[in-house]
Design a protein around this ligand. Structure first.
Ligand SMILES: NC(=O)c1ccc[n+]([C@@H]2O[C@H](COP(=O)([O-])OP(=O)(O)OC[C@H]3O[C@@H](n4cnc5c(N)ncnc54)[C@H](O)[C@@H]3O)[C@@H](O)[C@H]2O)c1
Ligand SMILES: [Fe+2]
Length: 382
């Protein structure tokens, strides 16, 4: 077995009511004037108040300017608010978008260069202000990863800042923070978590630790995503989804994700399609491509998704895993086909060019892809 390292947020606090620990965590981290980073919807639906109500006696401000698939400019604007308000820590309350902005703001609290200079791996020079991440989707797993993904609208690309200085100091995963998610967000973010687990499980950088996390996350999501989707108030299923998302985040934060994410990035970067939907649109087609490179792993995935594989050959089990994913995406009403999103067919070639450059992710994929292979997959997914 080759050497592997494992890194996550410094501390995880999970379970219903976990947010009640925020005041003591602020004290432990010696944060006296936090900036809450969130979006207007989460303020409006009362999810942010679930935290601010707990902050009696704490001096804090709220930045609610995060937008989905956020651009670098939002991180820069938020960093100005952070510096002007002399804040000393960030509390992200939101999905991956708010958490990723909070990670970038933490960097900017201790770095004067441009966002562009830190795109890539290990280019952040130093740890910034403490980060407390409170996810409201289940989800990206961003609360435990060392990545911030931001959109560069001009280049029509999504770019990753990857550095262990981005690992949150505390991840607070509390299912009641996800109750207000509408079914469409439950579906998209839940499929994202499932893709994290599947891609981590077949990644060439996997380890026995990431395998265990990924497999259990798949099992939980297969059972609880349909339940949380059909009954948003089912707190048990919300808790299982939040836990699965966390576990999938720990898995992919170390094993990496692969071709589904690489091919999904141009959909987000060029057409602002939500991250979870972009992944879902490509997942069955990339699974189809990958399956012969690791059939026995696909058998495990089929079992984790609830398929009895005893009587099946590896190939049959792998086919059933792919079909189960199609059925699950359909059940949670994720549209099929890139054409449903008004992507012009003649853009596929440029998208393939963009995706083929995302070596950071493609290098984890179990089967090698050329630009032509990517183009063919886009055509099938069209
Ligand atoms: N850093 C990482 O490790 C990582 C991993 C995967 C994805 N991402 C990034 O995360 C972003 C996507 O994050 P996301 O899928 O969590 O969605 P999101 O944060 O973009 O939120 C999507 C929408 O759902 C709303 N929403 C979120 N939680 C809600 C709640 N509890 N109640 C009501 N509305 C709610 C938001 O207001 C927003 O309008 C993308 O930019 C993606 O690239 C990051
Ligand atoms: Fe993702």
């Amino acid at each position: 077995m080759s050497i592997s390292s494992f890194k996550i947020a410094n501390k995880l606090i999970t379970g219903e009511g976990a947010t009640s620990r925020i005041p003591e965590e602020l004290e432990r981290l010696q944060v006296k004037n936090p900036l809450i980073i969130t979006d207007k919807i989460l303020v409006k639906v009362g999810t942010v108040a679930k935290v601010t109500d707990l902050l009696e006696g704490v001096n804090f401000d709220i930045f609610d300017g995060v937008l989905p698939e956020p651009e670098f400019s939002i991180a820069e604007d938020c960093a100005k608010v952070f510096i002007k308000g002399e804040h000393d820590g960030v509390i992200a309350i939101g999905g991956g978008s708010a958490i990723d902005i909070a990670k970038a703001v933490s960097v900017f609290s201790n770095y004067e260069g441009s966002g562009e200079e830190i795109v890539g791996t290990d280019l952040v020079p130093a740890k910034g202000a403490p980060i407390i991440a409170v996810p409201t989707t289940a989800g990206t797993g961003s609360e435990v990863t060392n990545i911030s993904i931001l959109s560069d609208k001009k280049a029509q690309l999504k770019k990753g800042v990857v550095s262990d200085f981005l690992l949150p100091d505390v991840a607070i995963v509390s299912p009641e923070m996800t109750i207000s998610m509408p079914p469409s967000v439950t579906a998209a973010s839940g499929i994202d978590a499932l893709v994290h687990a599947i891609e981590a499980y077949i990644s060439i950088n996997r380890s026995p630790i990431t395998d265990a996390l990924a497999l259990h996350a798949m099992k939980l999501i297969a059972v609880h995503l349909p339940k949380a989707y059909t009954n948003p108030n089912n707190i048990h299923s919300r808790e299982m989804m939040a836990t699965a998302s966390l576990m999938a985040g720990m898995a992919f934060g170390n094993a990496g994700v692969g071709a589904v994410h690489a091919l999904a990035y141009p959909l987000g970067g060029r057409y602002s399609i939500a991250h979870g939907i972009s992944n879902a649109l490509l997942l069955p087609y990339v699974m189809e491509w990958n399956k012969i490179s690791c059939l026995e792993r696909f058998r495990d995935i089929a079992e984790a998704l609830g398929i009895q594989t005893g009587h099946l050959s590896d190939m049959e089990a792998a086919d059933q895993a792919v079909n189960r994913m199609r059925d699950l995406c359909k059940a949670v009403r994720i549209p099929d086909g890139l054409r449903s999103f008004d992507i012009p067919e003649d853009a596929l070639e440029e998208m393939a060019e963009d995706a083929s450059q995302i070596d950071r992710l493609l290098k984890n994929n179990p089967r090698v892809l050329t630009k032509q292979d990517i183009f063919e997959i886009y055509k099938e997914a069209y």
